[in-house]
Write a protein that binds this ligand. Structure first.
Ligand SMILES: [Zn+2]
Length: 389
């Protein structure tokens, strides 16, 4: 009886073990299928060619050293044994900083720094010393045009890298190296974001602009504050073109201005996140990433966040003579810069939900207007009051 019972138990437990094993196998198969799907998506749809480029951060070097794994394990994961591995100066510097300040056992940290020094270093092109996270963000960019795999165990942080479907992430899940899967929705976004969109033209006619009250108001403000310049309709590039005109178009063509402004927003996201996305509305970084993709496209219309970022990036003050009823002049001061290198002067006319920026010139012998946040419901008399002061 005893033996029978034991046999029954053994049979039952064998069955359970078999079911658990089957479950695991199915889970593994599901995971493997998703992994291969994601890898194929990057290789075929987004043209990630071999040899692959893999950029590693400190956390990944630490994981590999701790578990006695090598870069071959990553090669195996992405099915490419010709892959090239990189890291950046800032990553190594940050690891060395942790090494010096860490009070626990340092052997794994030491080994991971040793490993980081054996791969190729990407030279840091940014001026100031920045965190490893920002440095990697800078190297990869939002479009990941160099088609780089990023290997990091920092999951849930670094939203500009980790939540960008154009960047394949090699990470760790349940103790194993994995390629982060992309959902169907993320794939759609990746395809949409990586394709160019036509430059949006103005839907207005010159006649409609000239007959609008905003046009008249802006002309009066030019006269009052002492500016001259054409008020013209442009396309979605009108703000970057106006900045380019003010900076010197041969040195700063509008495409280069846009790229510089987007890089500023990307690298100093903490300065702009709340402006783009007030916490009271929706504080998810995904929206901020979407904003970045939108802003970076040729022909995307500019607004006050891009103006502030331009002032910060070029270290200039930007004065905007505005046509709106409630504010005549906007000043954008560069963040943390006491003496701006230059003052850029733009006009802004809003007509039927379109906003057009133009480059303007200040007439000599007129002081530069200061910020005005007063209501200009009836601008003429109030401006005359100012003038008589
Ligand atoms: Zn760097």
């Amino acid at each position: 009886m005893k033996i029978q019972t034991r046999n029954k138990r053994t049979k039952r437990s064998r069955k359970t073990t078999l079911n658990v094993f089957r479950g695991k196998l199915e889970a593994n198969n599901t995971w493997l299928r998703k992994h291969l799907d994601t890898l194929t998506f990057y290789r075929k749809r987004l043209s990630f060619k071999e040899p692959s480029s893999v950029l590693l951060d400190g956390s990944m070097f630490y994981y590999l050293a701790l578990h006695g794994k090598t870069l071959d394990h990553i090669c195996e994961l992405i099915k490419d044994f010709t892959a090239n591995f990189y890291t950046t100066d800032c990553v190594v510097r940050e690891m060395e900083f942790y090494f010096q300040s860490y009070s626990g056992p340092k052997d794994v940290l030491e080994e991971s720094i040793k490993r980081a020094r054996t791969v190729e270093l990407v030279s840091c092109v940014h001026g100031k010393e920045i965190s490893a996270e920002k440095c990697i963000t800078n190297v990869v960019g939002i479009y990941n045009s160099k088609k780089v795999f990023v290997a990091t165990t920092v999951n849930g942080c670094w939203p500009l890298v980790n939540e960008n479907p154009l960047i394949p992430i090699i990470t760790v899940n349940d103790g194993s190296l994995v390629l982060k899967n992309l959902s169907g929705n993320q794939r759609q976004k990746a395809k949409g974001w990586s394709s160019a969109t036509p430059v949006e033209k103005s839907a207005l006619t010159d006649k409609e602009l000239r007959e609008s009250p905003d046009y008249e108001r802006l002309l009066r403000r030019f006269d009052f504050y002492g500016y001259v310049g054409e008020i013209a309709l442009g396309d979605g590039n009108n703000q970057v073109k106006a900045i380019s005109q003010q900076l010197g178009p041969s040195d700063w063509p509008h495409e280069k201005v846009r790229a510089f402004v987007v890089k500023q927003i990307l690298l100093h996201s903490e300065l702009y996140e709340n402006l783009v996305n007030p916490p009271s509305v929706d504080s998810s970084n995904w929206t901020f990433l979407e904003y970045l993709f939108c802003t970076s496209k040729d022909g995307a219309w500019g607004e006050t966040v891009t103006l502030q970022a331009a002032a910060d990036a070029f270290e200039v003050k930007i004065v905007v003579i505005d046509s709106s009823e409630d504010c005549a002049v906007h000043d954008f001061f560069p963040y943390g810069v006491e003496h701006p290198k230059k003052v850029l002067c733009l006009s802004c006319v809003t007509c039927q939900d379109e906003t057009h920026y133009n480059s303007i010139q200040k007439l000599p012998d007129r002081s530069i207007a200061s910020t005005c946040s007063r209501n200009y419901l009836d601008p003429k008399p109030e401006e005359q009051d100012h003038e008589s002061e």
